[in-house]
Write a protein that binds this ligand. Structure first.
Ligand SMILES: [Zn+2]
Length: 282
């Protein structure tokens, strides 16, 4: 599985995960220093390679868009190098409360990483903000905004980032493009509420948490609309399972057909349904 580095503007690059794997972003200041947005320890070589090929001299900040392992597990790696890790208070609190068992569970298939990175463990962000903050490099201003409606949308930490000078909007996992989203850690009604103000947002380039990046505001708004309608439809169908009007198989079939039939990561549909039926988030 090869990721690829996509330059979305003069100074912004996205490591686009293969087959809908997590995207990581790099914003480069005019002096060559960089802000890295999200990083997964399992893919640290890809991240280092991307920093090298984009000519970044040093990472000045790491930003976590939210608490999930595939976005935060390299915190340890960068924290050890003295790099500040910026995240919302919601993200930090979620990691403190539930992060450790999740970290251990996700590490189970890759125990060799504990040998490669001595002391590797859940590492909390250390520069925390409540609702919004800015992170600056020479020539680059990033506006961070906390968007987990009622404290819990896709996750409890959901943060978006807007790179002002080059009009790049990084949506984190509030937006998935061309792939089925992971909804089983989330609260779908709150997620819909978080998406509403984003339907009319302005930018030149849009970066989702998973899936291809999107050029232009019109195409971007189309993707946000599709995301919104997907979640709304899925949520309605989950209610029908709950009331016995539909079986889980019928709902799975619906989510894999029609306008959804081209979406990747189809295994997520069954997982999303099962978690809804067995988990305690509703
Ligand atoms: Zn996530």
């Amino acid at each position: 599985m090869e990721s690829r580095i996509r330059q979305v503007s003069k100074s912004a690059y996205v490591i686009v995960g293969a087959e809908g794997a997590t995207n990581f972003s790099i914003v480069k200041g005019s002096n060559g220093s960089a802000v890295l947005i999200d990083a997964d320890i399992r893919r640290i070589d890809e991240v280092e390679e991307a920093l090298r090929t984009t000519g970044c001299s040093e990472v000045r900040y790491l930003i976590d868009t939210h608490e999930h392992f595939d976005h935060t597990s390299a915190n340890y790696y960068f924290s050890r190098r003295g790099i500040p890790i910026v995240a919302s208070a919601g993200c930090a609190a979620a990691m403190r409360a539930d992060g450790r068992p999740d970290f251990e569970r996700m590490m189970k298939p890759v125990p060799e990483l504990y040998h490669r990175f001595e002391g590797l463990s859940l590492t909390l962000p250390d520069k925390i903000f409540d609702n919004e903050t800015q992170v600056k490099l020479p020539g680059a201003t990033l506006h961070l905004k906390y968007r987990a409606e009622n404290g819990h949308s896709h996750s409890k930490g959901d943060t978006t980032i807007y790179f002002e000078e080059e009009e790049v909007f990084i949506a984190g996992d509030l937006l998935y493009t061309e792939v089925h989203p992971v909804t089983f850690f989330g609260n779908i009604p709150n997620w819909l509420a978080a998406l509403r103000p984003l339907l009319q947002n302005r930018y030149k380039q849009l970066v989702p948490g998973h899936g291809p990046t999107v050029e232009g505001e019109q195409a971007g708004q189309g993707y946000f609309k599709r995301m919104y309608e997907y979640l709304e439809d899925f949520h309605d169908h989950l209610q029908e399972i709950k009331t016995g009007r539909k079986t889980r198989e019928e709902v799975a079939e619906h989510m894999l057909a029609g306008g959804y039939s081209s979406l990747g990561k189809t295994r997520m549909v069954e997982r999303n349904i099962n978690q809804f039926l067995t988990g305690g988030w509703y």
